[in-house]
Ligand binder design. Structure first.
Ligand code: 0A1
Ligand code: ZN
Length: 882
């Protein structure tokens, strides 16, 4: 496959198989201080029908070749052409298997991109997805080249007593000079992106798991020295994930061992390497003193996600990187289902939808939009996006909604049966559901190829005399920058007609469009559904459970919405309808002149919020969600043009004060009732109670301007969740008071030894809602604990500032943009994946008011003019400006 960092565009339509078939890989990795020597033996064969003169072209990236032999004999110089980026060999056998021995040497200590083989706090580790293996050895580094790997790792026994790779352990032995080796054998063919190796002085915890069919599996979690005690919850989440996948999808684990390693320096969340998952330690290490409930939920999700990849990703992998959603969308869907089963399904759905709207919708509605399955890319690392992951998961969810749970399972069973061991495509996946159920999914399949968020417009017409409700549906998709088409797609709309007592009315007498059970199947541009025999006008509840990733335009009366927010038996929709109502009010107020800003929410809307928050028959976590107003970025997205972040901030603040004042008594009670004992349990119910109490604290502070309750909560906090919630209120609402600065200092003093907690300390300051936050982050960038080399630290300060501080990042004088741009240049020299990711925070610049729009686009243009930018960053900047 073509290299992706020479500025060339890779296209889906150009896909073709390799000229050579790879049968096996044997690697020896010798680790030394300041050097790693890699010896790879490839067993290859020219594919049938391929021209006998065709050369073998292997991918490389910043490699140094130190040896090359064919069938054991060193190759003459004229037979090959080696550069750091590529190795081309000619005159290879035309119809028999042959072996190539390739030797390379690297310096893991200098690898700041954290792709390939690198060192993190002394630990040798690898990251190969998407194209990191070519930074270790020359290879056919693409996901459709699958082979069996045997890996031998050699290192100093003191520096690296632990030696891990994929598959099952095969052999270990001691060598002279205090060295030793371990051999790992992976019996499952795999692509190179799933290769991993870890070596270091690690602590670990171990447990045994027995699969449903009785196969024993040794589970291990490895951490830096002294931190294995923080891995217990991750181990528990792993075992629960294993059980869940057996029960829900009939999928058992397949190796004798399953290991997880927690690493401090990691570009993403985690990586599903076969039998050896490597994690950003943020998603493994927890205890009540240092981690919040949100962190616990994050660990549970990411552990499950990586584990579930063993079937959806590893046993069945992707033919090419265009098919990334085949493993990612499906695996996100699976981890969401797991969390729904382990926690509250409604609350999980609310948080998935919030996430989709916060990250995927703006991506899909701006210049970085792309279809869930893109058709071209310059830099694949930039396509690990909310669209591929989260919209990809929504597409799988729609298949489930269309087919129903049982028929969906039949399709999944067929997929596992038919494609185990394959490098598959989205078409293969969909064909399994069609074959297993006979359903036509062609209109659903279109979703994979079209960028943009479709809008569904709903109209209602009630004829009281006839007892008839006619509902009109219309779908529209605007052609966006991706130019990928606007054909009508299959949109499943889960719905209900709600009676005055909050009961779903029987909808048996219905005609018009295709309705099956509680789902309307919209497959044409327009449709009409007619409900007959109604004794009174019902409330129409549509898009229950967010059954399709669409923007809903349903001009329902405020009275209807308020009724549904109180009555809808579909709890998700109670939240959704209230949230939409609040969002619409805040958007309207943000467009209006300033006097309106004083009271953006009507008393009726506020009472609806308070009604949910105070309803003790509902779960606490749901009540907390009812209190969470749409964020400033969300309002900006809905405004779509001429956005003034100062106004949006003022509107949201006024809304908070309004809710806080009207609900003062409730909030005081909710906050006073919180549990304050030292017992901490991370379960969903306890977490929900803490979230509700903290939401109440925020409103109390907004309404009263009194920092007392927050200061008290900080001082009495028995866990990080309560502590961080209190600190956030103090630092964000009372930034220059002694109460705030002393809490911030206390927090630093307590946790300065723990980078993961210091990330919270940086992030909290980066999000101070004040124009002065630009100077604050600028100061923090020279703090002793800050480091441009650690992705978590960079994201905590620079990433959080740009993504979550609308007021300061978008400061009218452009100082926020300039500061971020300067940091991007520095980060880019070290780690292009991280700089490119942070640069996406500029993507919505076109929707800003003219002054900021000009400043933001000028910043992007100036950046793009710089020489020596990475392909990653250049790709994001270029597409953002398109
Ligand atoms: N496949 C991983 C995500 C991932 C992608 C690229 C990486 O390179 C730095 C690392 C991880 C997942 O979905 O969890
Ligand atoms: Zn994944």
């Amino acid at each position: 496959m073509l290299r992706t960092d020479d500025g060339q565009t890779i296209k889906l339509e150009d896909y073709r198989a390799t000229d050579f078939v790879l049968h096996s890989v044997a690697m020896t990795i010798r680790l030394f201080e300041g050097r790693a020597d890699i010896h790879t033996t490839l067993e290859l064969e020219r594919r049938k029908g391929v021209d006998a003169a065709a050369p073998l072209v292997l991918d490389g990236d910043e490699l140094t070749l130190t040896g090359l032999a064919l069938n054991g004999t060193p190759l003459e110089g004229e037979r090959y052409d080696a550069s750091p980026q590529r190795l081309e060999i000619t005159g290879l056998p035309s119809d028999e298997r042959f072996t190539l021995d390739i030797e390379t040497t690297l310096v893991p200590e200098n690898n700041t991109k954290l792709m390939g083989l690198y060192r993190s706090n002394g630990i040798w580790c690898t990251q190969c997805e998407a194209e990191g293996f070519r930074r270790i050895t020359y290879f056919l580094d693409r996901p459709d080249v699958l082979a069996r790997y045997e890996v031998r790792i050699e290192a100093d026994r003191s520096a690296a007593p632990v030696l891990l790779s994929n598959g099952n352990p095969a052999e270990t032995a001691v060598l002279p000079d205090n060295r030793h080796f371990a051999v790992w054998d992976d019996p499952f063919d795999k692509p190179s992106y799933l290769f991993a190796m870890v070596a270091g002085d690690l602590d670990s915890i171990h447990e045994q798991f027995t699969t449903a069919s009785g196969k024993p599996v040794s589970l291990g979690i490895y951490t830096e020295r002294g931190r294995a005690t923080q891995a217990g919850y991750a181990m528990d989440a792993l075992k629960r994930s294993m059980v869940w996948d057996e029960r829900r999808f009939g999928r058992e684990y397949d190796l004798d061992v399953f290991n997880i390693v927690a690493i401090a320096d990691f570009n993403m969340g985690a990586m599903e390497n076969k039998g050896l998952n490597v994690f950003n330690h943020k998603y493994v290490l927890l205890d009540p003193e240092t981690a919040t409930d949100v962190d616990y939920a994050g660990v549970e999700t990411v552990i499950a996600h990586e584990y579930f990849h063993n079937w959806t990703g590893n046993r069945i992998t992707c033919r090419d990187w265009f098919q990334l959603c085949l493993k990612e969308g499906l695996t996100v869907y699976r981890d969401q289902e797991f969390s729904a089963d382990e926690r509250s399904a409604t609350v999980q759905r609310i948080s998935s939808v919030r996430r989709l709207k916060a990250h995927q919708f703006p991506e899909d509605q701006g210049p970085l939009q792309h279809p869930v399955r893109p058709t071209e890319y310059r830099e694949i690392n930039n396509f690990y996006t909310a669209t591929v992951y989260d919209k990809g998961a929504e597409l799988v969810r729609m298949i489930e909604t269309i087919l129903g749970r049982d028929r969906f399972r039949r399709g999944m069973d067929l997929y596992f049966d038919r494609h185990d061991g394959d490098a598959a495509t989205v078409e293969d996946f969909i064909a399994c559901f069609e074959a297993a159920t006979g359903e036509d999914l062609s209109r659903l399949a279109l979703w994979y190829g079209q960028a943009g968020t479709p809008t569904v417009t709903v109209t209602e017409d009630y004829d009281a005399a006839a007892g008839r409700l006619t509902v009109g549906f219309k779908q529209t998709l605007r052609q966006g920058t991706a130019g990928t088409g606007t054909a009508p797609v299959h949109i499943p709309i889960r719905f209900g007609l709600v009676g005055p007592n909050g009961q779903d009315i029987d909808t048996a007498s219905v005609h018009g469009a295709n309705v099956a059970g509680d789902v309307i199947h919209l497959t044409e541009p327009e449709a009409r559904v007619v409900f007959e025999n109604l004794s009174e006008r019902p409330y129409l509840s549509v898009l229950r459970d967010f059954s399709a990733p669409v923007a809903l335009d349903h001009p329902q009366s405020e009275a209807d919405r308020l009724a549904l927010a109180r009555l809808d038996p579909n709890l998700f929709n109670r939240w959704r309808i209230l949230n939409d109502l609040v969002g619409a009010a805040l958007t309207t107020a943000s467009r209006a002149p300033s006097p309106e800003i004083q009271a953006p929410l009507t008393p009726e809307i506020i009472d609806a919020i308070l009604g949910s928050a105070g309803d003790e028959s509902l779960e606490a976590a749901f009540r907390a969600q009812a209190l969470a107003l749409p964020g400033e970025a969300e309002i900006a997205r809905m405004l779509a043009e001429n956005v003034d972040p100062d106004t949006v901030h003022a509107v949201v603040e006024a809304a908070r004060r309004g809710v806080g004042k009207r609900g003062a008594a409730l909030f005081a009670r909710l906050h006073a009732d919180r549990e304050t004992g030292s017992q901490f349990s991370p379960d969903a119910e306890s977490a929900g109670s803490r979230a509700l109490a903290s939401a109440a604290l925020g409103y109390l502070a907004a309404a009263t301007g009194d920092f007392g309750p927050a200061a008290d909560q900080y001082a009495a906090a028995g866990n990080m969740t309560d502590r961080l919630a209190a600190l956030t209120v103090l630092v964000h609402r009372f930034p220059d008071t002694p109460a705030s600065t002393s809490a911030l200092d206390d927090f630093y003093a307590r946790f300065k030894h723990d980078g993961l907690v210091i990330d919270k300390w940086f992030a909290i300051q980066a999000t101070i809602p004040s124009p002065g936050a630009v100077e604050i982050v600028a100061g923090l960038a020279s703090h002793a604990m800050f480091s441009l080399k650690n992705p978590n630290r960079v994201r905590a300060l620079v990433g959080t500032f740009a993504a979550a501080n609308q007021l300061a990042f978008h400061r009218a004088d452009g100082a926020g943009y300039r500061w971020v741009a300067e940091r991007l240049v520095e980060i880019d020299r070290l780690n292009p994946q991280v700089s490119a990711r942070i640069a996406t925070t500029f993507r919505s610049w076109r929707s800003l008011e003219p002054v900021r729009r000009d400043k933001a686009s000028a910043t992007l243009r100036q950046l793009l003019e710089l020489k020596d930018l990475s392909t990653d960053l250049r790709d994001i900047l270029g597409r953002s400006l398109r």
